[in-house]
Design a protein around this ligand. Structure first.
Ligand SMILES: CC(=O)N[C@H]1[C@@H](OP(=O)(O)OP(=O)(O)OC[C@H]2O[C@@H](n3ccc(=O)[nH]c3=O)[C@H](O)[C@@H]2O)O[C@H](CO)[C@@H](O)[C@@H]1O[C@H](C)C(=O)N[C@@H](C)C(=O)N[C@H](CCC(=O)O)C(=O)O
Ligand SMILES: Nc1ncnc2c1ncn2[C@@H]1O[C@H](COP(=O)(O)OP(=O)(O)OP(=O)(O)O)[C@@H](O)[C@H]1O
Length: 482
C-alpha cells in the first residue's frame, strides 16, 4: 500500500514523499523489514530514537513520530507526525491487512479477574452451537479449544500488530468469532482500538496495576475505554464499577447479577460434590442451571458468557444443558489426582480478590496454602493477600512467584505484615520444595492449594527465566513421597 493511501484518513504532517510503498509497521526496530514503517516512540525503559538508525538500515520506508520536534530530523526516508503513535500503530496495522476484524464477531472481556475463564467458556458455548472461534489471552491463542499459533509473547492482550495478524489468519481459516481478553494495559495502549468489538464484557474491578496506570482513576478510565470501543455491552450488575459503566450508555446492554435490577438474574440454590445448582431468570422465564464447579465467582463467569450469547441473539434455553460440561482453562482450580486422599489444587489466583474468591469457595476445608507474590509488580497487594491467607488458610507456605529483581524474603515479609492471626506458617523459598513440604504434611482430606502461577511454565528470578511448572512439581513430589 502506498503511504499516501495509508495516511489519507488520519491526522498527520508528512515531511518527504508520500509515494513510498509500505509493507508493514512496527515500533520495535529489530522487527523492521524492507518497506515497514518504524513507529518511533519514547517508552518507560527506552527511547525509540536510540534504534532509529537500526530501523532505517533494516529497510524502514518511513518513520512515524508523535514528538513534532523530531520532524526536523534529517533522514533519508519520509517522517510522519501523528498526534498519538500507539493509536496510529493500531489503525495502520488494521488498515494494512484490510481491517480483518470486521469479518469476525469480536468479543472482548475486561475485569481484574476471570477474563481467561470467561473467554474459554464463551468459546465452549459457541463451539456447542457449531461455530468456529478463536480465543486470544493469557493462556495463549486457541482455535476451537485447541492451542493454535504458539509463537506469540505471553501477554494478556497482544500488541495491535499481532492481533491484526491473527485476525487475518483466522478469517482465512473460516473462523466466525474472536474472543479477546482486554487488559487495562492493552486498552490504555490502544491495542484494541481497531478490533471492531461487537460485545464488550465488564466482569469486576479491584485495585490492581495501579503502579502502571498511576492511579485508580486512570485504571478505571482505561477499562472504561472498552465501553466506548464496543457496540454492545455486558455488565456484571453485582460489581459496582461494572454497573456504573452502564449509566447513560446509549448502547445495547445486558446486565446479569444476583441482586438489584438486572436482565439475567441468578440465585445459588445448592452446592455439593463439586457442582453448583442455580436458578436463572430472564425475560420472565425460569431455568435450572447446573455447573460442574463451585464458588459464586464461577457462576458470575458462566453468566457473563451466557449473557454474551444472549446479546448475540442465541437461544439461552438451548445452551443451559451444555453448561454442565463447561471446562475451566488450564491452571484454574485444576485438581491433581493422587492416592493420598488429598485435594491438590493449582490455581492462578494472584490478586487479593481472586485468592479470597478461591478460599471462600473451598469453604470449611483445611487448606494448606502455598503462595507468594510477583516481584516488581503491585506491591500494594502483598499485605492484603497476607491478610486473606491468614483469614482462611490452616497453614501457609510462603515461597517464590516470579520474584524478578526483588528478594523473595522481602516480598514475603510484606505478605506477613498482613497476617493477623497466629496460624502456622513457614518460608521455603524454593517453590518445588514448598509444594513438596505442603503435600508431605497434609493429612487425609486436607486441601493443598498452590496459588499464583496456574498454567505458567516458567519462573523468573533475577533476570533469568527458567522452565517451571507447579503441576510438574506436584507430580514429582507425589513420586518422592510415595
Ligand atoms: C506497560 C506496557 O505495556 N509496556 C509495553 C511498552 O513498553 P514501553 O512503552 O515502556 O516501551 P519501552 O520498552 O520503553 O520501549 C520504547 C520503544 O523502544 C522500542 N525498542 C525498545 C527496545 C529495543 O531493543 N528496541 C526497540 O525498538 C520499543 O518497541 C518501543 O517502541 O511497549 C513495549 C513495546 O511495544 C512492550 O513490550 C511493553 O509491554 C511489555 C511486553 C509488557 O510486559 N507489558 C505488560 C505490562 C502488559 O502489557 N501487561 C498486560 C496486563 C497483564 C495483566 O492483566 O496481568 C497484558 O496485556 O499482558
Ligand atoms: N469472577 C472472578 N472473580 C474473582 N476471582 C476470579 C474470578 N474468576 C476467576 N477468578 C480467580 O482469578 C484467577 C485467574 O482467573 P482468570 O485467569 O480467568 O482471570 P484473568 O482476569 O484472565 O487473569 P489475568 O489477567 O491475570 O490473566 C483464577 O484462578 C481464580 O482464582
Amino acid at each position: 500500500m502506498q503511504l499516501a493511501e495509508l495516511l489519507k484518513d488520519w491526522p498527520c504532517i508528512v515531511k518527504g514523499s508520500i509515494r513510498e510503498q509500505v509493507t508493514g509497521i512496527d515500533d520495535y526496530a529489530q522487527n523492521i523489514q524492507q518497506g515497514y514503517i518504524y513507529v518511533l516512540r519514547k517508552g518507560k525503559k527506552f527511547n525509540g530514537r536510540t534504534f532509529l538508525q537500526q530501523a532505517i538500515q533494516n529497510g524502514a520506508s518511513a518513520v512515524v513520530v508523535e514528538d513534532d520536534a523530531l520532524l526536523d530530523l534529517k533522514l533519508t526516508v519520509p517522517i510522519v507526525w501523528v498526534p498519538n503513535s500507539m493509536q496510529f500503530l493500531s489503525f495502520a496495522s488494521a488498515k494494512l491487512r484490510n481491517f480483518p476484524a470486521e469479518a469476525l464477531t469480536v468479543i472482548a472481556i475486561t475485569g481484574t479477574n476471570g477474563k481467561t475463564t470467561v473467554s474459554h467458556f464463551i468459546s465452549q458455548m459457541l463451539q456447542m452451537q457449531g461455530k468456529n472461534c478463536i480465543v486470544i489471552g493469557t493462556n495463549g491463542v486457541f482455535l476451537n479449544g485447541e492451542r493454535w499459533l504458539t509463537s506469540y509473547e505471553s501477554l494478556t492482550t497482544l500488541q495491535a500488530k499481532q492481533l491484526q495478524e491473527i485476525f487475518q489468519l483466522a478469517v482465512r481459516q473460516g473462523v466466525d468469532y474472536a474472543i479477546l481478553e482486554a487488559s487495562s494495559m492493552g486498552l490504555a495502549n490502544y491495542r484494541l482500538d481497531d478490533c471492531a468489538i461487537d460485545v464488550g464484557i465488564f466482569l469486576n474491578l479491584s485495585a490492581e496495576h495501579i503502579e502502571d496506570h498511576g492511579s485508580l482513576e486512570n485504571y478505571k478510565k482505561a477499562k472504561q475505554r472498552l465501553a466506548i470501543l464496543a457496540k454492545n455491552v455486558v455488565l456484571n450488575g453485582d460489581d459496582p464499577f461494572s454497573r456504573s459503566v452502564g449509566i447513560n450508555l446509549k448502547k445495547k446492554t445486558v446486565l446479569f447479577g444476583s441482586k438489584g435490577r438486572v436482565d439475567m438474574q441468578w440465585q445459588l440454590l445448592t452446592e455439593s460434590e463439586g457442582h453448583s445448582t442455580c436458578c436463572l431468570q430472564y425475560k420472565g422465564e425460569e431455568h435450572i442451571l447446573v455447573l460442574p464447579f463451585i464458588g459464586e465467582y464461577q457462576i458470575q463467569n458462566t453468566l457473563a458468557a451466557l449473557a454474551t450469547l444472549y446479546i448475540l441473539n442465541f437461544d439461552i434455553a438451548q445452551l443451559i444443558p451444555g453448561c454442565l460440561h463447561l471446562k475451566l482453562p488450564e491452571g484454574r482450580m485444576q485438581e491433581i489426582e493422587n492416592d493420598r486422599d488429598l485435594r491438590i489444587i493449582i490455581d492462578y489466583a494472584h490478586t487479593p480478590a481472586a485468592l479470597k474468591a478461591v478460599l471462600q469457595a473451598l469453604k470449611q476445608e483445611r487448606v494448606r496454602l502455598v503462595f507468594s507474590c510477583g516481584g516488581e509488580r503491585d506491591k500494594d497487594k502483598r499485605r492484603k493477600m497476607g491478610t486473606i491467607a491468614s483469614t482462611y488458610a490452616y497453614k501457609i507456605y510462603l515461597t517464590t512467584d516470579n520474584a524478578r529483581n526483588e528478594k523473595p524474603s522481602d516480598i514475603n515479609a510484606q505478605i506477613k505484615s498482613g497476617f493477623y492471626s497466629e496460624q502456622p506458617y513457614e518460608e521455603i523459598e524454593d517453590r518445588a520444595k514448598a509444594i513438596e513440604k505442603a503435600i508431605r504434611e497434609a493429612k487425609r482430606g486436607d486441601v493443598v492449594l498452590i496459588a499464583g502461577k496456574g498454567h505458567e511454565q516458567t519462573q523468573t528470578i533475577g533476570s533469568t527465566t527458567i522452565p517451571f511448572s507447579d503441576k510438574a512439581c506436584v507430580e514429582s513430589a507425589l513420586r518422592i513421597i510415595n
